[in-house]
Design a protein around this ligand. Structure first.
Ligand code: HEC
Length: 260
């Protein structure tokens, strides 16, 4: 071995027998420890649960105060004008207010569809009957005369003879009052009295029609049709306040509108 392989002074201090390796390494981090990543927060206290809870509490309360929907930041009522009414979406059925019409016209219109459902089949769409089995309502003295008498024919049915003295082939008209409301009776009577060339010009009000229903209920034999003899006791105008046929009413509610 040459002398070259011997340690020359301090180039390999670990091999130098005069060096105490332990003391040389003692104030330096070990090799393993020096390879670790440093953890900068390792010496700090963690956030306390009490501080965390306090923050959560303040956010919840603050959110409730600012975000409440009446009087708060997002109050819809505070952001619209007083008495503002939102319009209906276009295309909805009654987005166009229908103009009021005279009560006579609207009652006749309503009565027409009820007549189609209840009376058409026998008396015909033109109200003229068929001359053999069913009498004409056009020009009928009982349809256009005392409203009391007309109402009792509808509500109870009729056993001939008719107003002209004629008995029709069918012989008897069945009662039509079953399930008929006072309002519907008022519509039908008003329609017949002012259609087919009839022009009585009056309006049978629901109040009058109700009086007719009450009268029918008081008959001695409510299940039998009326006849010409009994009808002589119904020669009055139905009681109730007289309605001006030109009264303007709303076509939806069928109630009078305030004059503008
Ligand atoms: C099932 C058939 C039938 C139906 C439905 C019917 N009627 Fe009649 N109606 C008759 C017949 C039949 C007479 C005649 C009775 C007779 O000759 O005995 C008559 C008679 C009448 C009369 C008497 C006419 C006159 O001048 O003497 C009036 C008014 C009348 N009907 C109104 C109505 C109304 C309003 C309705 C609907 C609510 C109606 N009728 C439904 C068959 C019917």
């Amino acid at each position: 071995m040459s002398n070259d392989s011997l340690p020359s002074s301090n180039s390999r201090p670990d091999l130098d027998e005069v060096i105490n390796v332990t003391s040389v390494h003692s104030n330096r981090a070990t090799a393993a420890a020096s390879r670790e990543f440093r953890n900068p927060g390792a010496d700090k206290e963690p956030l306390s649960i009490a501080a965390f809870g306090l923050c959560a509490f303040m956010l919840i309360v603050g959110g409730a105060v600012l975000g409440k929907t009446s009087g708060g930041m997002f109050d819809y009522q505070a952001s619209i004008k007083p008495n503002y009414v939102r319009g209906k979406a276009p295309g909805m059925a009654d987005d166009v207010a229908l103009p009021p019409k005279p009560i006579l016209d609207l009652y006749v219109k309503k009565g027409q569809s009820l007549y189609s459902a209840k009376c058409n089949g026998c008396h015909g769409a033109d109200g003229k009957g068929d001359g053999a089995n069913y009498p004409s309502l056009a020009g009928s003295a009982w349809a256009t005369g005392h409203s009391e008498r007309f109402s009792q024919v509808i509500l109870n049915g009729l056993q001939g003879p008719t107003s002209t003295g004629k008995v029709f082939g069918a012989g008897v008209m069945p009662a039509q009052g079953g399930g008929m409301s006072a309002q519907d009776l008022a519509y039908i009577m008003t329609f017949v009295r002012n259609s087919f060339g009839n022009s009585v010009g009056d309006v049978v009000s629901p109040e009058m029609a109700q009086a007719a229903i009450d009268l029918a209920a008081k008959r001695p034999n409510p299940s039998a049709p009326v006849n010409a003899e009994e009808l002589k006791s119904y020669e009055k105008t139905l009681p109730g306040e007289k309605v001006d046929p030109s009264t303007m009413i709303d076509p939806i509610s069928m109630k009078p509108v305030a004059a503008k």
